[in-house]
Write a protein that binds this ligand. Structure first.
Ligand code: PHE
Length: 448
C-alpha cells in the first residue's frame, strides 16, 4: 500500500488544525462561562497536562507504527495479544456523531460570515441576542442550507485526500488563523475589561468544583485535543517517521491550550464590556462578538469578516479530521471508493445533524428533548463526556499493557530509557485509565 507521508510541518499543522477548532473558540469560552470560570479552567488544564499529552503521544504511536486505518491499527498491534483489540476501531464512528452537531455550528459560522460581509451585524446587545435566538429557534431553512454547505465543504476537502486536501488546507488556513487571532488579542488587551476577564478565568474558586464540573472539564480536554476517536491515529498513519512524538505532541498541546485561553480572554473581555452575564451558553460567540464588531465601525466590519473566516477555517480543519478516520476504514478496509464513502457518511451526518438542528427550534424542540436535554445537547454531551473519554481509556490500556514493549520503545526511541519516558508510561498505564474511569463512574452515580 502506498502511503502519503506528510512533511513534518504539514503533520504538526494538520494535527494542530484538528485540535484547534470549535472546541477552543466556541465551546471552551461558553463552558467556562457556564461552569463558573476558574475552577473549570483549572481542571481542564490539569487534565491536559497529566492525561491529555500522554494520550496524544499514545494515539500518535499507534497510528505511526502501523500506518493503518483505526481497525487495522488495533488489529495489527494486538496480533499476539490474548485478546484482539480490533473492536476498538469502533471509536472512529464516534467521530460521525461529533460531526453531526459540529457541522451544524459550522453552518452558523457561515451564516454569520454572510451577515458580517453584508454589514448586518447588530451593535445593540438586545438586538444581537435577538438575532441569534431567532436564527436558532425559527430559521430552520437557512440553518439547514448552511448545514448542507458545511457538510459539502468538509466532504469535498476530505475527498481531495490526505496531502492535496488535508495538508494543503492546513498549511494555508492555520497561519492565517494565528495572525487574525493575534490581532484580536492585542485589541482586547487594550480594553479596560481585560483584567476582569483575566480574573474570571484564572481565579480558581475550589468551592465551584463538583463532580459534574470535573467530568465536563475532563471530557472537554479530550474533545479539544481530538483524543479518543482515532483522528490523531489516522493522521499519524501518514506522519514522517523521523519526528519526535514527544516534541510534536507537546507543541500541539501548547498551541491548542494557548488558543483556548486566548479565545476565552478575548471573548470575556468583549462580553464584560456590556454585560455581566458570562453564562449565555452556546450563543456566546454569536452574540457578544458580532456586537463588538458592529460597534467598532469600519475596522469592526473588516475584523468581523476576518474573525468569521478564521473561525470557519479553524472549524473546517477540525471537521475534516473527524471525518477522515471513517473514510479511511471504509476505503482501506472495505474497499469502498473514496467518493462513495464520503457521500454515504455525509448523508448520515447531514440527516442526524438536521434533527439536532431542529431540536433547537421552538417548533420541534419539545418533541426532540429527552431527560432535560435536546438532541443537539445530547449529541455533544454524550460524545464529549463519554465516548471520547472511553476511547481514551481503551487507548491508554492498549498502549500501556497490550502492545509489544519494543513498539513503544522504537516509536519513542530518543526517549525510551529516560525519565520522561517513565513518567509517560506511568501516566498511560495508571493515571489515564484509572483517573478517567473513576470520574465517569462517579458522575454516572455508580461510584460514591
Ligand atoms: N479538537 C476539535 C476542536 O476542538 C474537535 C475534535 C474532536 C476533532 C475529536 C477531532 C476529534 O474543535
Amino acid at each position: 500500500m502506498k502511503i502519503n507521508t506528510l512533511t513534518r510541518i504539514g503533520f504538526i499543522l494538520a494535527v494542530a488544525g484538528s485540535a484547534i477548532g470549535l472546541g477552543n473558540i466556541w465551546k471552551f469560552p461558553y463552558m467556562t462561562g457556564q461552569m463558573g470560570g476558574g475552577a473549570f479552567v483549572l481542571v481542564y488544564l490539569l487534565t491536559v497536562v497529566f492525561v491529555g499529552i500522554s494520550l496524544l503521544i499514545a494515539e500518535m504511536l499507534i497510528g505511526r507504527s502501523t500506518q493503518k486505518d483505526c481497525y487495522g491499527a488495533f488489529e495489527t498491534l494486538s496480533k499476539n495479544a490474548p485478546v484482539s483489540f480490533k473492536f476498538a476501531g469502533f471509536m472512529a464512528f464516534s467521530g460521525l456523531l461529533i460531526l453531526t452537531f459540529y457541522t451544524v455550528v459550522i453552518g452558523w459560522i457561515f451564516h454569520y460570515l454572510f451577515l458580517a460581509m453584508s454589514g448586518s451585524l447588530a451593535a445593540d446587545p438586545k438586538v444581537s441576542e435577538g438575532m441569534f435566538m431567532t436564527f436558532l429557534q425559527q430559521d430552520i431553512i437557512s440553518q439547514a442550507l448552511n448545514h448542507l454547505l458545511a457538510v459539502g465543504v468538509v466532504g469535498y476537502i476530505v475527498y481531495k485526500g490526505m496531502k492535496k486536501g488535508i495538508e494543503n488546507t492546513n498549511l494555508i488556513l492555520m497561519p492565517l488563523l494565528i495572525v487574525i487571532f493575534l490581532g484580536l488579542v492585542f485589541y482586547a488587551f487594550s480594553l479596560p475589561t481585560f483584567t476582569k476577564a483575566f480574573h474570571f478565568m484564572f481565579d480558581f474558586d475550589f468551592s465551584k468544583i463538583d463532580s459534574h464540573t470535573i467530568l465536563m472539564a475532563v471530557g472537554h480536554s479530550f474533545f479539544t485535543l481530538s483524543i479518543g476517536m482515532g483522528a490523531i491515529m489516522t493522521y499519524s498513519a501518514s506522519a514522517p517517521k523521523s519526528s519526535s512524538l514527544f516534541k510534536d505532541a507537546l507543541t500541539i498541546a501548547i498551541l491548542d491550550t494557548l488558543f483556548a485561553l486566548v479565545a476565552g480572554l478575548v471573548i470575556f473581555t468583549f462580553l464584560f464590556g456590556f454585560s455581566d452575564e458570562p453564562s449565555k451558553g452556546a450563543g456566546l460567540v454569536f452574540i457578544s462578538l458580532p456586537m463588538v464588531f458592529a460597534q467598532m465601525g469600519f475596522v469592526g466590519f473588516i475584523v468581523g469578516i476576518l474573525f468569521f473566516i478564521a473561525l470557519s477555517f479553524a472549524a473546517l480543519t477540525s471537521a475534516i479530521s473527524i471525518l477522515e478516520p471513517s473514510i479511511k476504514i471504509a476505503t482501506e478496509r472495505y474497499g469502498m471508493s473514496r467518493a462513495k464513502a464520503i457521500v454515504l457518511f455525509s448523508v448520515i451526518v447531514y440527516v442526524i445533524g438536521f434533527f439536532a438542528l431542529i431540536s433547537n427550534s421552538t417548533m420541534y424542540g419539545q418533541s426532540l428533548t429527552f431527560g432535560g436535554k435536546n438532541l443537539f445537547d445530547w449529541l455533544d454531551f454524550f460524545t464529549t463526556a463519554f465516548l471520547l473519554p472511553i476511547g481514551g481509556i481503551i487507548i491508554a490500556i492498549f498502549v500501556g499493557f497490550v502492545i509489544p514493549k519494543e513498539i513503544r520503545e522504537q516509536e519513542l526511541h530518543q526517549y525510551s530509557h529516560t525519565f520522561i519516558y517513565k513518567i509517560w508510561l506511568f501516566s498511560i498505564r495508571y493515571i489515564a485509565p484509572i483517573g478517567v474511569l473513576g470520574i465517569i463512574l462517579n458522575e454516572s452515580g455508580i461510584l460514591g
